[in-house]
Design a protein around this ligand. Structure first.
Ligand code: ATP
Ligand code: BTN
Length: 232
């Protein structure tokens, strides 16, 4: 059974993830905070996420049995499927971005408190122009050639989120099979920043635990999600 979503719609908020964290303990699983604009949208490690009107900025409160870094892939796959519904082919840039034609269209930010809640935050550029000052960003409108009803995009995204969340809970290896299929960096040379150090290697595989395998100078190296930034 898919989750029943409970929507909280806001015109403006600092960050839907922050709002979600403030109410998470007292809110049921499936509560969704969606805002027209965020004044302090954020990415990983305090980076800023530009969130003007026209994009889809939302955070879902979940109560999974345990915190697991693979939750980020529930968001990434849901975005990929949503884009496909609108005829836009996309791929996952491990671990937390979705790209279309060499540009970033969406980002996922998961946060949580063990034993209490998980927050799955998704930012998807829809009708907003690709933000200025951000390298390599794109937006759905550039690929459809026309504005899209934001509510319809949200509906599709929530449908796919519910679907992948179930797979994540019941059959995580099936989720990871799909992630491998959709991860477009496999086979490519990438540069990973890990605690200030740079590693250049070929992306070989994503393991069932969500980590990335790089081939570096003939040796295999396992990169864990969470503390890395990856460039193609
Ligand atoms: P990457 O820069 O490749 O995404 P990352 O995943 O480690 O690496 P994050 O912190 O997850 O970086 O993402 C934040 C980055 O996303 C910002 O540094 C900025 O470059 C970019 N960004 C901010 N707003 C948007 C947006 N609306 N659309 C696309 N990209 C954005
Ligand atoms: C990334 O850095 O790629 C992740 C960006 C995540 C942005 C979304 S927008 C909705 C939610 N609220 C936030 O402040 N961040 C996430």
């Amino acid at each position: 059974m898919f989750l029943k979503w409970k929507l909280i719609e806001l015109d403006e908020v600092d960050s839907t993830n922050e709002y979600a964290k403030r109410i998470a303990v007292n809110s049921p699983e499936g509560t969704v905070i969606v805002a027209k604009r965020q004044t302090a949208g954020k990415g990983r490690r305090g980076r800023s996420w530009k969130s003007p009107e026209g994009g889809l900025w939302l955070s879902v409160i979940l109560k999974p049995p345990r915190l697991d870094p693979r939750l980020v892939f529930v968001g990434a796959l849901a975005v990929v499927d949503t884009l496909e519904d609108f005829g836009i082919p996309s791929g996952i840039k491990w671990p937390n971005d979705v790209w279309v034609g060499g540009r970033k269209i969406a980002g996922i930010l998961t946060e949580g408190k063990e034993g209490e809640y998980a927050i799955l935050g998704i930012g998807l550029n829809v009708n907003n122009p690709a933000p200025e000052g951000v390298d390599n960003a794109t937006s759905m409108i550039y690929h459809t050639g026309k504005e899209l009803p934001l509510n319809l995009v949200r509906e599709k995204l929530l449908f796919h989120l519910g679907k992948w969340y179930e797979v994540y809970l019941d059959r995580p290896t099936v989720l990871m099979d799909k992630v491998r299929e959709r991860t477009f960096i496999l086979g490519k040379i990438v540069k990973v920043e890990e605690e200030g150090r740079f590693i250049i290697g070929r992306a070989i595989d994503v393991l069932d635990d969500g980590s990335l395998i790089l081939e570096v100078g003939g040796e295999l190296k396992r990169i864990l999600y969470g503390d890395v930034s990856l460039r193609i």
